[in-house]
Ligand binder design. Structure first.
Ligand code: NMX
Ligand code: MLT
Length: 426
């Protein structure tokens, strides 16, 4: 048995027993209440899900398996994947084992290229990416073993097999989409000697003379990997996974949610907004000009992309990490300068709008400017990058959910008449 599977078997079994015991002894204890505002308000703040891969305290931001993000920014995405799955960072042997498993699974079936080639040339890259994942469903080990009658205790292991098989292929699929969709030339063959993110950079084919773009992409793929269980993509994927649909179905479902402008697509919207600002003012604008433009955006009924969050009430530490990278490597870039100036001005504007709960930048506010600086200028592609990274979190959450034996998701919905009835009885 490979090291990862052996370790996880030893970690998950006692965790599952602990949860069973916890449910037996304390299952009826109340941990959250629900107000009418929450019923109509996207369940904001309702504690009705479990996620052990990461937490997002509103005043701290992302913590992966107990480790704050700022401690993880120099890691490889594979190290983060191991951490998400197991609860601890890998040693050299554990990392080598996971990387070897990814390499052994990186071969993309040739029919994927046929399916993608048959899509309209102006398809959104996210539609292409999710189609690629879904069309590989016939490869699912989970579906095969389920049909053969595996026991419930084996579900996590079969889900992990799918997780590794999918994650291993995502860089090549994503790079293929980039090159074909944006007329960049023939796809570039993977280089199995490179790590997961360096190989992705190699296949994008943008060149990286001083290694900075590789460094940025490694950071990018770490920062977007997971954000607890209630965000749209994680929650959607978990719901589909809970029906014992395999990960090809569940991951593509979750990533379809990431394609929305209030979620992952905000990163493309965000750069569009920054470029619009620079075009309007012929370069990085003054703070006064920026403030005026921010008000104009709000008054036209649009959101300022990259700002606000459903959970966070501080500057997103993922934005902090991108800002620090930008200051170190692209401080003179006009687009980055505007990102930095927007950060100085926009929270002050949003704070004056009473209904906005969080005036601070989220992960999407700065990433696009950095990608743009290194020549990845096609905004429509940005959510694919987010997806490659988020697949690490979504697939880990799915493996853990299977290890815990979580049941099918089925919250109770209520009609408005019922809600009105509750008001009368108060
Ligand atoms: N610009 C303008 N209005 C905003 C913004 C913003 N950046 N953020 C929140 N609001 C509005 C929001 O549209 C809502 O208005 P209404 O009641 O008229 O519908 C009101 O403020 C209250 O919303 P909140 O309770 O502050 O935020 P909520 O939890 O509902 O939504 C977001 C969170 C992230 C969807 C919201 O802040 C937003 O739309 N931000 C801009 C888009 C964005 O950056 N999304 C990326 C999120 C991170 N990610 O990577 O997924
Ligand atoms: C995410 O990374 O998923 C976003 O910040 C959205 C969220 O957490 O709700």
């Amino acid at each position: 048995m490979p090291i990862l599977q052996e370790k996880l078997a030893a970690i998950y079994a006692p965790q599952r027993d602990e949860i069973r015991q916890l449910l037996k002894e304390h299952g009826d204890q109340v941990v959250s209440q629900v107000t009418i505002k929450q019923v109509y308000g996207g369940m904001r703040g309702v504690k009705g899900l479990v996620c052990d891969t990461s937490v997002v305290p509103p005043d701290k931001g992302l913590i992966i398996r107990g480790i704050e993000l700022k401690e993880l920014t120099e890691k490889l995405p594979e190290e983060i994947y191991y951490l998400l799955l197991s609860g601890h960072l890998p040693n050299a042997e554990e990392l080598a084992d996971l990387q070897a498993q990814l390499k052994a699974n990186m071969n993309v079936p040739s029919y994927v290229w046929d399916v993608l080639s048959a899509m309209p040339a102006d398809s959104h890259p996210m539609a292409m990416f999710n189609t690629a994942i879904l069309c590989m469903q016939k490869e699912s080990i989970f579906a095969k073993r389920y049909n053969e009658g595996m026991t419930k205790d084996e579900y996590w292991d079969a889900t992990l097999a799918d997780a590794i098989a999918i994650v291993a292929k995502l860089p090549e699929i994503a790079a293929w989409i980039y090159r074909k969709r944006f007329g960049k030339g023939d796809p570039i063959a993977p280089n199995p000697d490179l790590d997961w993110s360096a190989n992705y950079v190699h296949m994008l084919g943008l060149g990286d003379p001083n290694g900075e773009f590789t460094k940025l992409m490694r950071l990018y793929l770490v920062l977007h990997s997971d954000h607890e269980g209630g965000n749209v993509s994680a929650y959607s994927a978990a719901t589909v996974n809970s029906a014992l649909s395999d990960l090809y179905y569940a991951l593509s479902a979750g990533l379809n949610g990431l394609a929305g402008p209030l979620h992952g697509l905000a990163n493309q919207e965000c750069l569009k907004w920054i470029i619009e600002v620079n075009e309007k003012f012929g370069g990085a604008p003054t703070p006064e000009e920026l403030e005026k433009f921010a008000w104009e955006t709000l008054e036209s009924g649009k959101v300022i992309p990259g700002y606000g969050h459903a959970v966070l009430r501080i500057t997103d530490p993922r934005f902090d990490a991108f800002l620090a990278f930008g200051k170190e490597y692209c401080g003179a870039d006009d687009v980055f300068k505007t990102v930095s100036n927007v950060f100085d001005v926009v929270p002050g504007v949003l704070r004056q709008v009473q209904k906005i709960a969080d005036p601070w930048p989220n992960v999407d506010a700065g990433s696009g400017a950095l990608l743009y600086h290194y020549g990845l200028t096609e905004f429509d592609y940005y959510t694919v990058l987010f997806s490659v990274s988020r697949a690490l979190g979504i697939t880990s959450q799915a493996v853990v959910a299977r290890a815990y034996g979580l049941p099918i998701t089925r919250p109770k919905s209520v009609p408005t008449t019922w809600v009105k009835g509750q008001i009368k009885s108060e």
